[in-house]
Design a protein around this ligand. Structure first.
Ligand SMILES: [Zn+2]
Length: 627
């Protein structure tokens, strides 16, 4: 703090602009520029006027200049001019490559089997390394080629096997090694997109990639959650943590584009702050063209504005003075700048993210992207590529079936006195192995349910798989049925079987994962309690409210609902107050009227807790410190 004040005084005394001395305190902000726009930078007037639009609305630490996309290679003289322009303005410069032949043709990539394509890929890497000390490979360093050369070379391998082998080799031999030969100091960074569960099918190799490249970058673009990629908003947080867990400390940034802004500018802002909440050290704005071309329009103002939301449209639209001249906001760049200014106020107070440990073996799939749905129902996720051995609870989805030694690891966890929560997807995938612990089954039988007894009623019918068990060897702790509409009861939502000193739980996942959001609060509260035992805070309330937990007593609750919501925050009894790190207010613990739901068959250990009532505005967050 002292330093900042001194710096400020010095600037004032010397007549220097104060703004030039300081960008955001808690994260770096960068802009990625496609080859199309870098190519336009040969026109200095265009460059100066467009950069002015961006830099007058958001503070930028670094710019990435792409050398290649869709076979467009930016000429040397233009790269030289652009590098000088940004360096002269104190903006750090890095490079970028998009290895597409034609992005517009179903994301046509290079063919890494074809010798001519391979030569081109290497030349582009060398050209870029000659110009920059670091460069990022945007999204497309995978292959979807099925030409006759690829078909012949694949032979009897699966496409996944062939492509993973091919792309790992291409990364080392065509990109990393040639680049370092030209520029031994160059850092080659791979940016992975948001579709992580499907990577291996296209050749992205999360086992070796993060090790052979100098660092990774993370696509946190979630845009429309109901679109074809099933991009739940929570993915933006989860995927940053997961990629960091692949090689801790080497996930250097998150990456957001304007795709969500068509749903309202709040959706764009949410992606930016979620990326920062996951502690990505740098937030990259994709891309230069969107920051100048996406004009702020009234249609970007959402229906729930005017209630004091975290993204406040009217406040964002106020004139701003960033580089010495007051401007009225005109483009997407200001939405980004405004969002960063708000979160920079408290980001420095958050610790290291922690969550419910969920084991995803390398290059596995099954119940694709489920942890993001669990994040949306208030379970803080922390996916990692090894089975953790220091947790009270380990969560296993269907993907864990890729580990051939899984059962012995589950048994060891239970013998230690820990719990293991598996999903119905995993039970169905490896019934014989799970039977070593408890003879449970999950077949193709389904049930339509809407009534969860003391845990509440859902407004919609939910289709679930049936879990079967031997009576008295296991028991359902949350049961579901359909008595309201004439059906029968007694299908497990949560099943418990004891083994040694621990418990194996089966969590029933609806056939449509999105129906997790229709479960009543009572069911969600109990699931959060069982799965979240390693964390010192949890929430009670409906779905579409997420919780982010840090290791220093701070946490964030965020609502993705379109209307205000009141939830309970549950902490240990030692906490009596919550300090709001955004507005400085204090919330005191209260005594809830209703005791938490329990059944005679199943009783959670009743450790004393403190309960806090918290109201969150639509699409907004609250940041707390426990006191
Ligand atoms: Zn091919």
């Amino acid at each position: 703090m002292q330093k900042k004040v001194v710096l400020f005084m010095l600037c004032v005394l010397l007549g220097l602009p104060v703004f030039a001395q300081k960008n955001y305190q808690n994260f770096k902000v960068s802009v990625y520029t496609r080859a199309y726009e870098v190519e336009k930078m040969k026109d200095l007037h265009w460059l100066d006027s467009t950069w002015n639009i961006i830099s007058s609305q958001v503070k930028v630490d670094k710019i990435y200049l792409e050398t290649h996309r869709d076979l467009l290679i930016v000429p040397q003289s233009t790269i030289d001019q652009a590098k000088k322009f940004f360096s002269d303005r104190g903006v750090e410069v890095g490079g970028g490559i998009t290895y597409t032949v034609n992005e517009a043709n179903n994301f046509e990539t290079f063919c890494y089997t074809n010798p001519e394509h391979r030569k081109k890929v290497q030349e582009i890497a060398e050209y870029t390394a000659k110009n920059f000390d670091d460069f990022i490979l945007d999204d497309f360093f995978f292959t979807n080629c099925k030409c006759d050369l690829c078909i012949a070379a694949k032979g009897k391998m699966s496409w996944t096997e062939y492509r993973v082998k091919l792309m790992t080799e291409a990364g080392e031999e065509l990109v990393i090694k040639p680049a370092k030969k030209v520029n031994p100091d160059v850092k080659v960074i791979i940016k992975y997109p948001n579709w992580y569960d499907h990577f291996q099918g296209l050749g992205f190799d999360l086992e070796h990639g993060p090790q052979i490249f100098d660092a990774v970058w993370t696509g946190t673009e979630t845009r429309d959650p109901s679109g074809n990629q099933h991009l739940q908003a929570y993915l933006g947080y989860n995927v940053v943590r997961y990629f960091d867990n692949l090689r801790p400390g080497f996930n250097l940034g998150g990456w957001v584009d304007s795709g969500g802004s068509s749903m309202g500018m709040d959706r764009y802002a949410e992606q930016l702050w979620i990326t920062a909440f996951a502690k990505a050290p740098e937030v990259t704005l994709f891309a230069y063209n969107q920051l100048i071309g996406t004009r702020l329009r009234d249609t970007h103002r959402t229906a729930w504005q005017g209630q004091g939301t975290s993204f406040d449209w009217n406040e964002m639209m106020e004139p701003v003075n960033i580089n010495g001249k007051e401007v009225v906001p005109t483009t997407l760049a200001r939405a980004a700048g405004y969002t960063f200014e708000k979160i920079d106020q408290f980001m420095g107070k958050l610790g290291k993210p922690v969550g419910i440990k969920s084991y995803k073996p390398y290059n596995s799939n099954g119940e694709d992207f489920l942890p993001n749905y669990l994040g949306m129902i208030g379970m803080p996720m922390d996916m990692l590529p090894v089975f953790p051995t220091d947790q009270k609870v380990v969560l296993l989805t269907e993907q864990a079936k890729y580990d051939e030694d899984l059962v012995s690891k589950i048994q060891a966890q239970l013998r230690r006195g820990g719990d293991v929560v598996i999903t119905t997807g995993l039970l169905k995938a490896i019934p014989e192995q799970i039977a070593q612990i408890a003879e449970l089954r999950c077949s193709d039988l389904k049930a339509i349910v809407n009534d969860f007894g003391r845990y509440g009623v859902s407004e919609k019918d939910i289709l679930i798989p049936q879990v079967l068990y031997y009576t008295n060897d296991a028991w359902e702790t949350i049961s579901a049925g359909r008595p309201l509409t004439g059906g029968v009861s007694g299908f497990p939502m949560l099943t418990r079987a004891q083994y040694s000193k621990g418990n194996l739980y089966v969590m029933t996942i609806p056939d449509n994962m999105g129906e997790l959001y229709d479960l009543p609060a009572g069911v969600l509260n109990s699931l959060r309690q069982v799965v979240g035992r390693d964390l010192d805070v949890r929430i009670e309330g409906p779905a579409n409210v997420s919780l982010y937990v840090y290791d220093n007593g701070t946490f964030i609750v965020e609502s993705f609902l379109n209307e205000p919501v009141t939830i309970n925050v549950i902490t240990g009894q030692a906490t009596t107050k919550l300090n709001d790190l955004v507005d400085g207010s204090v919330i005191n613990a209260y005594k809830p009227l209703d005791a938490p739901a329990t059944t005679t068959m199943f009783r959670m250990p009743t450790t004393p807790v403190s309960t806090f009532k918290v109201t969150i505005m639509p699409h907004s967050y609250k940041v707390f410190e426990k006191k």
